[in-house]
Design a protein around this ligand. Structure first.
Ligand code: ADP
Ligand code: MG
Ligand code: MG
Length: 885
């Protein structure tokens, strides 16, 4: 069994065996780059070590001896030699990088004799003792478990006594004294001396690295990041090069592109006369890498060339570690660099233009959710650092907002309109009545509700940051105040909300602007070419739709007509309609609503410029449009010119125990056919208006809540008869389709029957999930977080499709539907339509398109492309995807 590989024997594809660091050190060696010689003890040796009761087995020990001899021969130095002492570093490195989990020890091989020898050979005593004190501290910490602070205090005291500013002020004598103090630490704490034998040092270091794989921190990190614990870590043993050898030496880290912006230039820092992690440790302030260009132009040019070579080779942005010893450059590490989402998108797009990667690879490299932060405003990082959040809730709608709080829609609107304030609406929950207050608010917070509560859905639709289900929040509407985790807040107080994280802060925090990102649009354009699924938007207003189009939506997959009734003058007519006692009294408000709706549809159709628009007929229970508390009832009664008692009676008569399961959707069509007829008139009227302008529109009309074929057939007849009558009157032809929402489990179970009378299906996953689980989507806030915490549910099924339950119903519906109509268009227009994991599933079951809120369109588009590429749908080129970073 080969347990040890020299850097010459390995390559970048051997990371499972050699760890990421080892594989890349080997690769750089084989690319001919200046890498100090060394070898890697493999992850297999690590696992053998555990099997052998945390001891290196004899085979590994024998191979280690050979490898050391070979290394000594190669570099002409050896352990304990007084003319050419060999010093090595012992560096851990697992297959998947685990930052800060494992440890590195530098300068192994130094002892009381070799330190004197090193001082003599280099004629640099200071350097020799600086290296020795580092070894004593690192070894003491990593192998012996003495706290870093114990050693740091010795140095700090020394600096303090002598009024030194920096480590560089420490003299040779100081360092010698530090060395002897450090040795005393060993005696005092451990009652034994620092081991003088280099081989003993090396073996102990290797043992500790292997043991550190199972330390608590590492285990926690692996659990959090789903890294299997049987991977093991590798250990790299590498000849030391010295960045602390003097003024023409140094150490640094650099990225081949700016990890914040993605801009193509070297980005990094270095320190002269320093070793190892001094740059990162913040002991001294490092220099920007650009200054190296002036300080050491040749070396900088060499480094630039190496950076370019590595990027070309790895085809990704690299994070590099280097050391300069007496004017000579050495490469110590290369890995794919971590980056912000903005940088990730720019780098992926740039690399396609540079011919480094294919478009498909660029698409696979971006995490769909990560583009959110490019689209939404976020808090200014510096300002945020000065604040702690006081409470958190469900992150219902992403983005950051800061503003003055109000507890009612009217107060919010007044503050916004009359005092030009930026406003945060804080409520127990919201209902359609609050819409005007929501529109003017920068952020919305509710103490109740789940991810698909009214507040959450509306906020996402508008792209307004929102947090719902904040248990630590109590709102007192009477006193116009609220308590958040014990803090008392009044109307007009400042509050800041981070809807991406679900965090609430008291006070004002600056936000950074959302910029329209050109690179992202380029990437989304490629995504569209690659994806098999269409991506549509749920949009209720021209403003929503424009937003969706800016984000590249293919059209509208869902227009919720009820959302058009929320403007004050419309709400009034809607209310007039609802309180009417008979068909005759409904005539006038219907006529007025028709005019307004037709205007809306005309505008949407016009904006659509040929893209498909699907309009859903009225869905919610009617009482949602009515006022509830006494004061409101009095006010509305006055507006409607009826007595409060009469209005109260109507409100009462419409009250339902379970409105979600009550008189809504197509059930309204059966009982109030004139409402659906009015909506059909408005839709067809708008299309005919455009026909007069030579714009051909094909209306898609969607019926909500269908459970039965007979029901769908009844409503469809109502709709179709009305349309045909309109067309006959006008003596024109118009293509149109009438389809159904699939949101009742019964509809999925009988999808073949329903397909006979439907031109298309569109899954309403909110209701379907609600009914399949029997969870009220407005009340899940009270138990869902606990279900997820306890692992009873893997995720909120209102956010990520429940593949095994709801997903199976959907699959069945697709199969049954297509068994009757093979070309049946099938969409998903619930909230889940924008969720990447769910999209992957929808792609597998052959859904034709998803539709989601405008702000999720880019995420969905990217996820759809990735799903198609993964499922091998439209791949035009081989795609290689790096699995681990
Ligand atoms: P990490 O995984 O925490 O980055 P490393 O193993 O990369 O730890 O070691 C940290 C630093 O130690 C390196 O960036 C480098 O500066 C220094 N180092 C490691 N090995 C050597 C070596 N052989 N010669 C000089 N410096 C080294
Ligand atoms: Mg490193
Ligand atoms: Mg529904």
């Amino acid at each position: 069994m080969q347990y040890i590989y020299t850097f010459k024997e390995g390559n970048k594809d051997m990371r499972r065996l050699l760890g990421g660091k080892g594989a890349n050190l080997a690769q750089m060696t084989n690319l001919g780059l200046p890498v100090p010689s060394g070898f890697t003890i493999s992850t297999e040796a690590c696992n053998a070590f555990y099997k052998n009761h945390n001891q290196l087995n004899n085979e590994t020990l024998a191979q280690l001896k050979t490898a050391l001899d070979q290394l000594s021969q190669n570099v002409g130095k050896s352990f304990n030699s007084l003319s050419k002492p060999l010093l090595v570093s012992v560096r851990s490195g697992a297959a998947i990088s685990m930052p800060g989990m494992m440890d590195t020890i530098l300068n192994i091989g130094l002892n009381d004799q070799t330190v004197v020898a090193l001082a003599k050979i280099t004629a640099n005593e200071r350097f020799a003792y600086d290296s020795y004190r580092r070894l004593l501290a690192m070894y003491g910490n990593v192998v012996e478990g003495i706290s870093e602070a114990t050693f740091d205090t010795v140095i700090e005291d020394m600096k303090h006594q002598n009024h030194y500013q920096s480590d560089l002020d420490l003299t040779t004598n100081d360092l010698k004294q530090i060395v002897s103090e450090f040795k005393k630490v060993y005696i005092n704490k451990l009652h034994h001396e620092f081991p003088q034998n280099p081989t003993e040092q090396l073996l102990a270091a290797i043992n500790s690295v292997f043991e550190s794989w199972n330390n608590h921190r590492a285990e926690v990190y692996r659990r959090e990041n789903n890294i299997p614990s049987d991977l093991g870590t590798a250990v790299n043993v590498q000849m030391m090069v010295f960045g602390n050898a003097g003024k023409d030496s140094g150490t640094g880290v650099a990225f081949t592109r700016d990890p914040a912006t993605g801009k193509k230039h070297l980005f990094g820092e270095y320190l002269l006369n320093a070793q190892g992690e001094d740059v990162v440790a913040g002991i001294r302030t490092p220099q920007p890498i650009s200054t190296l260009k002036e300080a050491m132009p040749h070396l900088y040019a060499q480094f630039e060339a190496i950076a370019a070579k590595l990027e070309f080779y790895y085809r990704d942005m690299q994070d590099l570690e280097f050391t300069i010893e007496n004017g000579k450059l050495y490469m110590l590490q290369a890995r794919d660099g971590k980056r912000t989402p903005t940088a990730a998108v720019k780098i992926a797009v740039d690399m396609v233009y540079e011919d480094l990667i294919s478009k498909q690879e660029a698409l696979m490299r971006i995490k769909p959710e990560s583009v959110q932060s490019i689209l939404y405003p976020e808090f200014d990082e510096k300002d945020l650092a000065n604040h702690d959040f006081v409470a958190s809730g469900l992150p219902a709608s992403p983005g950051a907002a800061t503003g003055q709080i109000y507890f009612t829609a009217e107060a919010a609107k007044a503050a916004h309109d009359e005092k030009q304030q930026t406003v945060i609406l804080v409520r127990q929950d919201t209902s359609p009545e609050d819409i005007e207050g929501m529109v003017v608010s920068e952020g919305i917070v509710t103490s109740r509700g789940g991810m698909t509560s009214h507040a959450a859905v509306v906020a996402r639709g508008m792209g307004t940051p929102a947090i719902v289900g904040v248990n630590e929040l109590q709102v007192d509407y009477q006193k116009r105040s609220a308590t958040i985790s014990g803090h008392q807040l009044h109307e007009g107080d400042w509050l800041s909300v981070d809807g991406t994280q679900g965090h609430i802060y008291i006070g004002q925090i600056k936000t950074a602007d959302t910029v329209v990102n050109e690179n992202l649009s380029t990437l989304l354009g490629w995504a569209k070419q690659e994806s098999h699924l269409g991506v549509y938007a749920n949009a209720d207003t021209p403003a929503d739709f424009s937003q969706a189009l800016r984000f590249g939506a293919d059209g509208i997959g869902l227009t919720r007509t009820e959302h058009m009734f929320f403007k004050p003058e419309r709400l009034l007519e809607m209310r007039r309609l609802i309180i009417a006692e008979n068909a005759e009294a409904r005539q006038l408000p219907l006529k007025r609503l028709l005019k307004m709706q037709q205007g809306d549809f005309y505008e949407l159709y016009k904006l659509s410029a040929g893209r498909s628009v699907t309009i859903r007929l009225l869905d919610p229970p009617l009482h949602e449009f009515l006022p509830h508390d006494e004061k409101e009832i009095r006010k509305v009664a006055k507006q409607l010119d009826v007595t409060p008692t009469y209005l109260e009676q109507r409100v009462d008569s419409l009250k339902e125990l379970n409105p979600m399961l009550g008189h809504r959707g197509d059930r309204l069509a059966v009982t109030f056919p004139d409402i659906y007829q009015m909506q059909v008139d408005a839709i067809i009227g708008a299309a005919l208006q455009l026909l007069d302008e030579n714009v051909i529109i094909e209306p898609h009309i969607m019926i909500p809540l269908t459970a039965l074929k007979s029901e769908m057939s009844w409503v469809k007849d109502l709709v179709v008869n009305r349309i045909e009558q309109l067309l006959v009157n006008k003596n024109v032809r118009l293509e149109y389709t009438v389809g159904t929402m699939m949101e009742m489990p019964r509809a999925c179970l009988t999808a073949d029957e329903i397909a006979e009378v439907s031109d298309f299906f569109s899954f309403g996953t909110n209701d379907l999930t609600q009914l399949t689980f029997g969870y009220s989507r407005d009340d899940v806030g009270s138990f869902m977080p606990e279900y997820i915490k306890q692992g009873i549910l893997p995720a909120d099924p209102f956010q990520t499709v429940d593949v095994d339950g709801v997903g199976q119903l959907m699959k069945m519906a697709v199969e049954k539907g297509r068994s009757i109509k093979p070309q049946l268009p099938i969409g998903v227009c619930g909230e889940i339509g924008g969720d990447p994991k769910s999209i992957e599933f929808f792609e597998q079951i052959d859904v034709s398109y998803v539709s989601c809120s405008p702000f999720r369109v880019p995420i969905a588009r990217l996820a759809a492309a990735q799903a198609s590429l993964r499922n091998n749908r439209v791949v035009s080129q081989t795609v290689s995807v790096k699995s681990v970073n």
